[in-house]
Design a protein around this ligand. Structure first.
Ligand SMILES: Cc1ncc(COP(=O)(O)O)c(C=O)c1O
Length: 499
């Protein structure tokens, strides 16, 4: 699998699913299903070339991909063999202890400390939640930006007042059609990242002292917004596969009236869960019936590893009750700070708040993105990026399976760029964070994902760095440190043991 971004190669246009990948996926499935057993030899390269009717280089790319996934290994002068299956920890739902009521939020200092301490450039970053810049089409973006500025230097320096550049809003509107959402350009407001979109959404619907229901664990940025707006958070437990527990949400809302619910239905941060469409529909309908707005944060929706992009909950919004927030930060360009919102019936208030907050979002980045989307570069990039992230998640999962203490559980995300790791009881994630940092590796401790610090024995690991021996060594090092931190005599049920 090449490391060079396809948009950085003149004329590089990968097919929808390249042939080598199709072959690799089929063999990966055969290994998963036990059709090819551990130790079994794969057909020779020559045989594969004949069977598949492809070139030898396509065959060797397919085999390299299977090797990268840790499914086969090459034996010199002999061929490729199925590796022993690594049994991964059972991905049981990560259930936090029950949190009684709405809590005041105070995580900002801890978040700032955790990330400030990890500033050293020599640190291996497993603590972030974004694709590395080396996985982004930096040259193509630079070329687009300079072409845009040269073509219309005056418009590029003028301010683009809210709701933001029409061309960009129209391009987003067209993309949304493909996710089952009718979002006319006039319903959209461009923001400075999803951070601002979520912040303004909360500002539009809640007053100081109000309660907001959130996922637990939740993205710490949401917690920081809640904290700075003087709101209280009501934590709703989540399943690591399907997201927010909607029965529990309804029960809690009956007891604690809330002004809004914030959710990341697609590949949530940090769990990586993806809510089924039927649950999204139920969530939207029930909240509309209660008159409680839903702030939907969909920054990872474009990062599905396989199949169609999951629909947002907004696709089911018939009442304008969903304030949809999106961004290009996690998929294309974090530094441009371009996000957007479709705030439904709160649109006018949202636009006023955007203007009051900082007048506008920078023009040149909006123009560059509009041009980039028009040229088809985004879709080509996304196809490549998703494949890289899928491989990284598989490799990091395998490294955790091999190197973490017995009793470790991990999420199995089907999109996004991180893994949530639940460590055996007794391991304190902040302690682990400090020790890992001393050894040159950053991780995100579970403490920063909950106002009640309900996830003290959990960490989030970033899968957005290109796979390398250094990353593998870093994951194994965190595993060794976690094993050492585990208190003596801490036993676990056999069904969760790694074998
Ligand atoms: C769920 C979620 N929402 C929003 C953001 C921030 O997005 P942006 O960089 O566009 O402000 C992040 C960043 O990590 C995130 O994980």
């Amino acid at each position: 699998m090449g490391n060079v971004h396809p948009l950085e190669v003149p004329g590089g246009r990968p097919r929808r699913v390249p042939r080598y990948r199709e072959i690799a996926r089929r063999f990966a499935r055969a290994i998963e299903d036990g059709i090819l057993a551990t130790g079994e030899r794969l057909p020779s390269m020559r045989q594969l070339r004949e069977d598949e009717g492809v070139s030898i280089s396509t065959v060797s790319r397919a085999l390299a991909e299977l090797e990268e996934l840790g499914l086969v290994s090459a034996r010199p002068k002999s061929g490729y063999y199925v590796r022993p299956r690594i049994r991964l920890p059972t991905p049981e739902p990560v259930r936090p202890r029950t949190v009684a009521g709405a809590t005041a939020v105070s995580v900002s200092e801890l978040v700032a400390r955790v990330y400030r301490d990890a500033q050293d450039p020599r640190i291996v970053h497993l603590g972030y939640a974004s694709p590395a810049t080396s996985l982004l089409p930096t040259l193509a973006l630079a070329r687009t930006m300079s072409a845009v500025a040269r073509r219309d230097p005056v418009a590029s320096v003028a301010q683009e007042m809210p709701p933001g550049l029409l061309e960009l809003r129209s391009a987003i509107s067209r993309r949304a059609l493909g996710w089952g959402c009718l979002l006319p350009a006039e319903d959209l407001v461009i923001t400075s990242g999803a951070t601002e979109a979520v912040y303004l959404s909360l500002l539009a619907v809640a007053n100081r002292g109000d309660t907001v229901a959130i996922e637990t664990p939740a993205h710490y940025g949401t917690l920081q917004a809640i904290e700075s707006l003087g709101l209280k958070a009501l934590e709703i437990p989540c399943d690591s596969d399907t997201g927010m527990d909607l029965d529990e949400l309804e029960r809690r809302l009956d007891q604690h009236p809330a002004s809004a619910v914030v959710s990341v239905p697609n590949f949530s941060n940090p769990l990586g869960s993806c809510m089924p469409d039927s649950s999204k529909e139920r969530l939207v309908r029930r909240l509309a019936a209660r008159g409680v707005p839903l702030v939907e944060d969909d920054v990872y929706g474009d990062l599905a590893f396989a199949g169609a992009r999951p629909r947002p909950a907004k696709a089911y919004d018939a009442d304008g009750n969903v304030l949809y927030c999106g961004s290009f930060s996690k998929t294309l360009v974090p530094g441009y700070r371009v996000g957007f919102a479709a705030p439904g019936r709160f649109r006018d208030r949202f636009e006023l708040l955007k203007f009051a907050m900082n007048e506008s979002t920078p023009t040149i980045t909006q123009r560059t993105l509009a041009q980039f989307l028009r040229g088809g570069g985004y879709d080509r990039h996304l196809r490549w990026l998703r494949a890289r992230l899928e491989t990284n998640v598989a490799r990091i999962s395998a490294a955790i399976g091999e190197g973490f203490p017995d009793g470790t559980r991990i999420s199995r995300p089907r999109g996004g760029c991180f893994i949530w790791v639940e460590l055996p009881g007794g391991v304190d994630a902040l302690d682990l964070h400090a020790r890992a940092l001393d050894a040159g590796v950053s991780i995100a401790p579970g403490h920063i994902f909950s106002p009640s610090q309900a996830h003290r024995n959990c960490i989030r690991l970033n899968c957005g760095e290109p796979w390398s021996e250094q990353i593998e060594a870093a994951v194994r090092l965190v595993g060794r440190l976690a094993s050492r931190l585990r208190p003596p005599g801490d036993t676990i049920p056999t069904r969760t043991r790694l074998t």
